[in-house]
Design a protein around this ligand. Structure first.
Ligand code: ADP
Ligand code: UDP
Length: 242
């Protein structure tokens, strides 16, 4: 299925129409950005690694009963997905305190969060993705209360499944962000799950293996993403049927 007109070009991915109105092509580019696009760079191979990594994670989640938008890998940098009506609330689960949680609440970096905590953020770059709560989502009609409950339940379920997957690869899933959307009346996990949208630490050394390497100028960004993929057994060279 060839890709058609570009629908949207985001900070790291481009979205294309296809001949099927219910399907899109996501192109994972080498572009990387942080701090609402203030820090940008091009990282050779990042798009390919993220595309294949995302396919692996989405298929793993599907196999565990989480409904996602993912259809198929189309090429090194492209995947076909179901076209969703995206909900503008980002869902974040945290197992360990770091990042904006520590800046906001002054809690100690590295504190284990038992039980894990959950936050909603409004997807809006101009407003710097402010934190919102369920009352904002209801008052502004961004999602129904059933959708809010489903997003929370699914995000916690993803946390259970992926915390185990990464632990088996010697990593701690520190936190992550998910986006959901509607498809034929059903709520599906959309967007991506890659080291661009989560934090992963080596379980022994606590070495950062995610986008914080880019945010904090630590270097070795693509090398870390590749290491994560290899630890999970993602085949970065598998032939793609298309
Ligand atoms: P951003 O918009 O934050 O710059 P990206 O560069 O990753 O992010 O762009 C991808 C865009 O595609 C995001 O806005 C995301 O919400 C949207 N998107 C992801 N999956 C789907 C889908 N299945 N259907 C429609 N839109 C999607
Ligand atoms: N995150 C993301 N996109 C965003 C904001 C956050 O993917 O627009 C991810 C981020 O990679 C981390 C988690 O969500 O895994 C929590 O991020 P946090 O709120 O700590 O934000 P930051 O410290 O990056 O500003």
């Amino acid at each position: 299925m060839p890709r058609g007109e570009e629908l949207y070009s985001g900070k790291a991915k481009s979205v294309f129409l296809t001949e099927d109105p219910a399907r899109l092509v996501l192109e994972f580019r080498d572009d990387t950005s942080a701090f609402d696009g203030q820090k940008v760079d091009q990282l050779d191979r990042k798009g390919m690694i993220n595309n294949r990594f995302n396919a692996f994670i989405m298929e793993h989640l599907e196999a565990q009963g989480v409904a996602t938008h993912f259809d198929a890998l189309l090429s090194d940098n492209e995947s076909r997905v179901k076209r969703l009506d995206m909900i503008p609330a980002e869902c974040v689960v945290r197992n360990v305190a770091t990042g904006s949680l520590c800046r906001r609440l002054g809690v100690e970096e590295g504190l284990d969060l038992v039980p894990p905590t959950f936050e909603f953020f409004l997807k809006n770059d101009e407003l710097h993705d402010p934190m919102i709560n369920e009352y904002h989502i209801a008052s502004f009609g961004w999602a129904s209360s059933a959708e809010v409950e489903s997003m929370k339940a699914q995000t916690f379920r993803v946390n259970e499944i992926l915390s185990k997957l990464f632990a088996d690869g010697g990593m701690i899933l520190v936190d992550f962000k998910l986006e959901f959307g509607r498809f034929d009346g059903e709520l599906l996990l959309g967007d991506e799950f890659t080291p661009d949208g989560c934090r992963l630490w080596d379980a022994d050394t606590r070495k950062k293996l995610d986008k914080d390497r880019f945010r904090q100028g630590l270097g070795g960004v693509v090398e870390a993403y590749e290491e994560v993929a290899l630890r999970l057994g993602v085949d970065l060279e598998a032939t793609i049927a298309g």
